[in-house]
Design a protein around this ligand. Structure first.
Ligand SMILES: Nc1ncnc2c1ncn2[C@@H]1O[C@H](COP(=O)(O)OP(=O)(O)OP(=O)(O)O)[C@@H](O)[C@H]1O
Length: 450
């Protein structure tokens, strides 16, 4: 795309994301080439690229398409200048603010809107929220670590930022270090390269609260895991609070050493479940209030929010993006937000969200329903109390996803497709003869579709 087109797109993004976000995240992007439907955007750092990709890519893609440019995906790569700089030895950092008191240490800026006040609580996240609140009081450490896990865009990072911000207010004397596991690794590698391991250890061991986001990132990275393990132990020994997030439970993170897994499991492990209809509606209502501040002139028809909460079930980030786009679009065309405008403006999001239920979601719902652990459902045990729910889950996967039998088998602990076929047939038979199974299936279907 031409620089002129990119300039236009940036101007539209400014209106949508607001001045602050624009200056921080959009202005520093520069447009690269487009090839085979993939548009390259240059970013100053990898972290920056990840952040923009997670938070703004839908919006940017939408605006590029609106400019008439044929693009299907975005690719964020380091700008040539940044790539050159990265290959040179890093300059000595200026005096680090790291160990100073009254300071929340951070490698990534805390997002002010990720506060407890802005976090909508519902059944799927109430336990995670309560645990996060407790830790944010900064009282004596009761569970260590607090391990928050859940699928993409369900609020893990939001809760972690909220804890850090709350601690900053309640306990300004505490040293709170929040960073992603990726940043932990970069700091570690840099310390090794600069022969500054003592400093590294001292920094990490002098914090009062350590928060590491997306810990699954260190899976398979042996020396980073080793260092993480020692840091973890040193802090636990000193009764310092550790908070970790990941996209899955500790036991399910592949290529993570057993001793690290067992450490991660020894505190409180809480799950952010996929959203349900009520939570989605609650989130939308809260976010609409915020949008109304920016677009006071806009009106919205009854039923639009319910429609979105019903149709966009993937994750909160997508829901938020949809709403932001809807308001920006309505404001640009100067129309109120009707059902028709919603369907027009969000046609692609609605299409993508159509009946996309994942195998993982089904496994989770079924194991909750039968009150068994997810690992027992996927694992090798043949006890009837695990085998039947497993067959129910296989049946629902066959019915509600487009996965093939071998694929489903793979997701159920590497089972053969004939096992899946047998399970599916068995449930088809039982559905006719066993009222309990028929009712279970109905309930589960409804829960998965909500
Ligand atoms: N319960 C909630 N109330 C309000 N906003 C929420 C809630 N859950 C998630 N969000 C919003 O959804 C977006 C995605 O959340 P967040 O970045 O915390 O997800 P995540 O679980 O860390 O995902 P990822 O694994 O992709 O990093 C954020 O803008 C966040 O504010």
């Amino acid at each position: 795309m031409t620089q002129e087109q990119w300039g236009q797109i940036q101007q539209r993004l400014l209106k949508t994301v607001g001045q602050n976000n624009y200056t921080t995240w959009i202005e520093p992007l520069s447009a690269g080439k487009i090839s085979e439907g993939i548009a390259t955007l240059h970013v100053p750092t990898n972290f920056f690229g990840n952040y923009v990709s997670q938070n703004f890519s839908d919006l940017i893609l939408h605006e590029i398409k609106s400019e008439g440019v044929k693009v299907e995906r975005l690719n964020f790569t380091l700008s040539p200048q940044a790539a050159n700089a990265a290959s040179r030895p890093a300059p000595r950092p200026a005096a680090q603010p790291v160990a100073s008191k009254s300071n929340v240490l951070q490698t990534a800026p805390l997002e002010a809107r990720f506060s407890f006040d802005n976090f909508v609580v519902g059944k799927p996240n109430e336990l995670a929220h309560a645990a996060a609140r407790r830790v944010a009081e900064g009282g004596p450490v009761t569970f260590n670590p607090l391990f928050l896990y859940g699928g993409v865009g369900l609020g893990k990072t939001h809760l972690m930022h909220a804890i850090a911000q709350e601690l900053k207010i309640r306990k300004p004397e505490m040293n709170v270090l929040y960073l992603s596991a990726e940043q932990f690794m970069y700091r570690f590698v840099q310390a090794l390269r600069d022969r500054k391991m003592m400093d590294f250890k001292e920094i990490f061991r002098s914090v009062d609260v350590l928060m590491v986001d997306d810990v699954q990132f260190i899976a398979g990275k042996d020396s980073t895991q080793e260092e993480f393990f020692h840091t973890f132990n040193a802090l636990v020994d000193q009764h310092k609070q550790i908070i970790i997030s990941a996209d899955r439970a500790p036991g399910e993170i592949k290529d993570l050493e057993d001793r690290v897994k067992s450490r991660l499991q020894c505190g409180l492990v809480v799950d952010l479940h996929p959203t349900d209809y009520e939570l989605r509606l609650g989130i939308l209502q809260t976010k609409v209030e915020a949008q109304m501040v920016s677009y006071p002139e806009l009106e919205m028809d009854d039923g639009v929010l319910e429609f979105l909460a019903h149709r966009i079930t993937s994750n909160v980030r997508v829901l938020e993006g949809a709403l932001t786009r809807l308001f920006a679009f309505a404001s640009l065309v100067g129309r109120s937000i009707t059902m028709e405008l919603t369907q027009d403006c969000l046609a692609d999001v609605l299409r993508d969200s159509e009946r996309k239920i994942s195998v993982e979601e089904i496994q989770r719902k079924v194991s909750d329903h039968y009150n068994i652990r997810l690992s027992d459902m996927i694992g090798p045990k043949r006890l009837r109390s695990y085998a039947r729910p497993r067959q129910v889950a296989m049946y629902l996967c066959k019915q509600m996803t487009s996965r093939s039998l071998p694929e489903i088998g793979r997701r159920f602990g590497g089972r053969d497709h004939t096992t899946v076929m047998h399970g599916v047939r068995r449930i088809e038979e039982l559905k006719q003869s066993d009222d309990q199974i028929a009712e279970d299936l109905q309930l589960l279907r409804r829960a998965l579709e909500s």
